[in-house]
Design a binder for this molecule. Structure first.
Ligand SMILES: Cc1cc2nc3c(=O)[nH]c(=O)nc-3n(C[C@H](O)[C@H](O)[C@H](O)COP(=O)(O)O)c2cc1C
Length: 378
């Protein structure tokens, strides 16, 4: 007997968009767009996944700020890259799919050693990289990055907000179905949320409400630029690459303040990035981060982390133990049916197998996980 996964494969109405099922391709950096230009291979890669899942979130894409992203092969969402993106969007739409770009500013995590413009410093709210905790970065890198830099000026803040808004406008004009914002994992927006990296004494720093201001202003600027109808999705996380044990909110009340500010600014859908989709968000309750986001905001929410697999992303990257296919979809589906969250973000399993969702729908066995899929564009 095939276990019940009917809620996972039920359609979802997200504003004007109809998702054919609840499976969303989680954003995954590929660095395979030479000079920032996504080619036909990028279009085929997304198109291959488009007709079996509800929504694709692209890899993180650079907004028009010289300090936004490091590697020159991260695709840009501005200028000459826009017609290339039109090919990608058309290919996805031709398969009946939906696609949002994930707008990205790496902030403190922009690695100058691999950056196209290494003379431009990374942008940091208070000049701080963050205190390293549980992290996979090596000691040499940490030493180089821990050198304090100048805090962001008010005009740099205004320029970055404007760059997010322009990029969002260009993406919608290019045919994307909505906008996703990377506000997680220790990148720029997240470092404003995190007390460790935000020691500002102006209106962007101080208590949790003030630390949410930068993210909220990014959302509000995008909303003003793209109008009331286009969907805005926002990814947040407690964990950071600087420290997997870090958190932006120590309690549900604090998380409610951050997510409330983002909701008021115009977020339609939260992407609660966690290492396992069912990991409790706070001690004392089984509710995962996505469940808390939904409960606190009433907005649709996506859970992510280890769906279809036995372990988390870091374990796959550093090769701790074996990453194995695991059919945890009945649990994912049950949590959706119970109203805990609405969508299931899938990362590595969809990299490993473009037909993963079709296999899941048919109750077929999953393919063996091949770690090299993380370095391929297939
Ligand atoms: C190769 C790779 C690149 C990733 N790049 C991004 C990224 O650009 N933006 C982002 O928000 N998350 C990124 N992630 C995290 C995924 O979106 C996802 O949250 C994570 O892999 C957990 O889901 P999974 O267990 O299904 O793989 C990346 C993950 C992988 C495997």
């Amino acid at each position: 007997m095939i276990s019940d996964t009917s809620a996972l494969f039920s359609p979802y109405q997200l504003g004007k968009l109809t998702l054919k099922n609840r499976i969303v391709m989680s954003p995954m950096t590929r660095e395979m767009s030479p000079g920032g230009m996504p080619g036909d291979d990028v279009a085929s890669y997304y198109a291959r996944r488009a007709n079996s899942i509800g929504l694709i979130i692209t890899e993180g894409v650079g907004i028009p700020d010289p300090a936004a992203v490091d590697h020159p092969d991260v695709p840009a969402m501005y200028g000459d890259a826009l017609p290339r993106w039109r090919n990608v969007v058309d290919a996805v739409h031709a398969e009946g799919g939906l696609i949002f770009p994930q707008l990205w500013h790496q902030g403190v995590l922009r690695n100058l050693d691999r950056a196209a413009a290494p003379d431009i410093e990374g942008l940091r709210p208070s000049g701080l990289w963050g205190t390293p905790g549980v992290t996979t970065y090596d000691a040499t890198y940490l030493e180089a990055m821990s050198r304090p830099t100048a805090p962001m000026s008010e005009s740099q803040i205004a320029d970055v907000i404007a760059a997010f808004a322009t990029s969002a406008r260009d993406a919608i004009d290019t045919g994307f179905d909505g906008i996703a914002i990377h506000g997680a994992h220790g990148y720029l927006i997240d470092t404003f949320f995190w007390a460790e990296t935000n020691r500002r004494t102006d209106r962007y720093g101080g208590d949790i409400r003030a630390r949410a201001r930068f993210g909220a202003e990014v959302v509000a600027a995008i909303r003003a630029e793209i109008g009331p109808d286009a969907t805005i999705m926002f990814r947040f996380s407690n964990h950071k690459q600087q420290d997997f044990k870090a958190c932006i909110a120590a309690t549900p009340d604090e998380l409610g303040i951050v997510l409330g500010a983002l909701t008021d600014a115009g977020v339609d859908l939260f992407d609660a990035s966690a290492r396992r989709f069912n990991m409790p968000g706070f001690a004392g309750s089984d509710l995962p981060l996505a469940g808390w986001a939904r409960k606190l905001t009433g907005k649709p929410c996506m859970a992510v982390g280890g769906i279809g697999l036995n372990n988390n992303l870091v374990q796959s990257f550093i090769g701790t133990g074996e990453t194995l296919a695991e059919n945890n979809l009945p649990e994912v589906s049950r949590r959706i049916a119970e109203g805990e969250f609405d969508m299931a973000g899938v990362g590595r399993a969809l990299l490993n197998d473009p037909d993963w969702a079709r296999r899941a729908a048919n109750g077929d066995d999953f393919l063996t996980f091949d770690r090299d899929c993380m370095a391929r564009l297939t």
